[in-house]
Structures are given as C-alpha cells and as structure tokens.
Design a protein around this ligand. Structure first.
Ligand code: NI
Length: 209
C-alpha cells in the first residue's frame, strides 16, 4: 500500500514536470482512481455498518430478497446511489452517495430497518421498554457511519465492503460471495474475479468485537 502511494506521488511529480505520455502502469492507476469518483461529485458519500441484534442470526441472507425490495422501495421514495453494498448473515456494510444538500441517511436506515422488520415474524428477544414503544429487536439500534473524505478514502471503504465476506471467513475470494456489489463492479470491468484473495484493508469500520 505504501509503495503504491509512493509510486503515485512520484508519477504525479514526474507528469507535472515533464508531462510524459502515460505508460501502461499509469493508465491503470488512473482508471483505478476514476471508478468511484462520480460518487464524490454529487454530494456527501457515507460508509455504514449495520448489525442485527442477534449475533447468531442468518436473517439478512435468509431474507435477502425482502431486503432488496425494501431497499428498492426506500430508494424510490428517497433516492441515493449505492456505491457498494455487502450483505452478511447478521450485518451489512454499505457505501451510499446522497444528492447535494441531502444528508438524511438516518431516515433512510430507519425506514429500511422498520420495513424489513415488518416482513419478519415476531419472535426475537426484546427488552420490555422497547416493546412498549412498539419497537422490534431485530436490529441493533445504533449503526456505524463514516463520512467519506476523499477518493482514496472512498476506494478504501469500497474495497473493505467487497473484501468483507473473506475477512469474516465465509469465502476465499470476494467473487465467491453472492450478496455483494462486487458482482456489479465485475460486470463493469472495475475489478477482476481474482481480486480480494489476499488483500485486506486496515482501519476501524465499526465491526463488532
Ligand atoms: Ni463486516
């Protein structure tokens, strides 16, 4: 990672001084930077980690069709762009780009969580204080949010999302996990099927410990 950024700094310096025609390696680096840039232009972009309450649950993958419909409905009413998304059995990670002047992602998560809960039969354990308020206990109440700072931060979080099924030990390669926007990016030619076999991303992403 450090070598790559050193390389980028170096090539940027060289291009500013001498403006050489981009070699193959530079072209690849530029494509890499361009992939998700659009998400940053439109407005604020956020990374989220959202957990179910029950760590042993498989509800999100068992109900992934419901989750898809719920997200589609919420996006129809309150548009946002899905930059990346991965659904694990008991948590999910997502990167959303919101339109300029719109930062109401809490309302969108509230709707997604409530609408999915409504599709799932009652039966989860929940404290009486929450039940009295009409709440359901499927989800953790809080979620992790992170405002994306720049392109490299965006790329780091998109990579984190796509690598996550490998990180959690479900599969060997990112491509082997079905419920991931990795497959969309694969169709776009932004990633290769081999990606995510050995890579890992450092930092704090709100995973429960
Ligand atoms: Ni995770």
């Amino acid at each position: 990672m450090r070598n790559e950024s050193q390389h980028n700094r170096h090539s940027m310096h060289v291009s500013l001084c001498f403006a050489p025609p981009p070699d193959h390696h530079e072209q690849k680096a530029t494509l890499h930077d361009m992939r998700y840039r659009r998400a940053l232009i439109k407005g604020a972009t956020y990374f989220f980690t959202v957990n179910l309450a029950e760590r042993s649950s498989r509800l999100l993958v068992d109900r992934v069709a419901d989750l898809r419909e719920v997200v589609r409905d919420v996006r129809e009413a309150h548009p946002f762009e899905i930059v990346a998304w991965v659904v694990l059995p008991e948590h999910l990670h997502a990167v959303w780009a919101l339109r300029e002047g719109d930062s109401d992602y809490p309302m969108r998560w509230r709707l997604i969580k409530a609408n999915l809960s409504r599709r799932v039969p009652n039966g989860e354990r929940i404290r009486e204080s929450r039940r009295r308020k009409g709440e359901r206990g499927i989800w953790q109440r809080r979620f992790w949010e992170h405002l994306i700072r720049d392109e490299s931060d965006l790329q780091r979080h998109v990579d984190y999302v796509h690598y996550n099924p490998v990180k959690h030990g479900y599969v060997q390669r990112a491509v082997d996990w079905r419920f991931s926007s990795f497959h969309r990016d694969l169709r776009r030619g932004w990633v290769t099927a081999e990606w995510g076999y050995v890579e890992d991303v450092a930092g704090d992403f709100g995973e429960r410990r």
